[in-house]
Design a protein around this ligand. Sequence first.
Ligand SMILES: Nc1ncnc2c1ncn2[C@@H]1O[C@H](COP(=O)(O)OP(=O)(O)OP(=O)(O)O)[C@@H](O)[C@H]1O
Length: 226
Amino acid sequence: MSSLVRADKLTRILPETVPVTLVRDVSLSIGEGEFVAITGPSGSGKSSLLYLLGLLDLPTSGSLTIEGRDCATMDDGERARLRLERMGFVFQFHFLLPEFSARDNIAIPMRKLGRMSRREIDDRAEELLVSLGLGDHVHKRPFQLSGGQRQRVAVARSLANDPALLLADEPTGSLDSKSSEQVFATLEGLVREQGRTVLVVTHDMEMAGRMDRRIHLVDGMQAEPE
Ligand SMILES: Nc1ncnc2c1ncn2[C@@H]1O[C@H](COP(=O)(O)OP(=O)(O)OP(=O)(O)O)[C@@H](O)[C@H]1O
């Protein structure tokens, strides 16, 4: 299995008067098609690690390669391009634009990438919605959808540019148990049926147990899962 993400002693320290360590010496390798949980107590650095792996934050030291490319040598524009082309993000809150339909929300990253015609973009957005069981909701706006449906639209949006890596930060954290299960099943399907690579920050040990493996953090450092 080739390594999609490789981190070596990744460390992020905030340069406050008293420096704050968010992540310290995390080394990992994530292969294509893996479904990986990032777990740990509240405040252990899970989101901070995900932001580093997703190039949303920069490490203080250590190295990170994505698809064999050293991220330290990239400028802001190159990192933004890599995120847009190769990564998808899902957060605890959906961050859909309220005035746009489900389809038009999904179109946004494709328009930004600028590789397809408007027609192609609309078709792909609809296909993504259909593939996630949301074919009846193409033209609905976020307020017309349930919490779980909105989050699945956010998952569809994260897939818009066909990312190699999907990063999700507590994607079921604000959902009821039924919607959580649907969103989790959607993410699981992306790995098991489409061979995508998905990293999920989660507090939910039952969900983490259904994934391929766990990266467990305590005080910003890797630890054995309890
Ligand atoms: N900008 C910041 N300034 C100061 N401290 C911060 C900042 N960002 C994060 N922290 C602290 O760093 C630690 C790690 O935060 P992080 O959000 O990564 O943890 P987490 O494991 O994702 O937590 P949770 O499960 O509660 O979301 C926490 O103690 C947090 O309070």
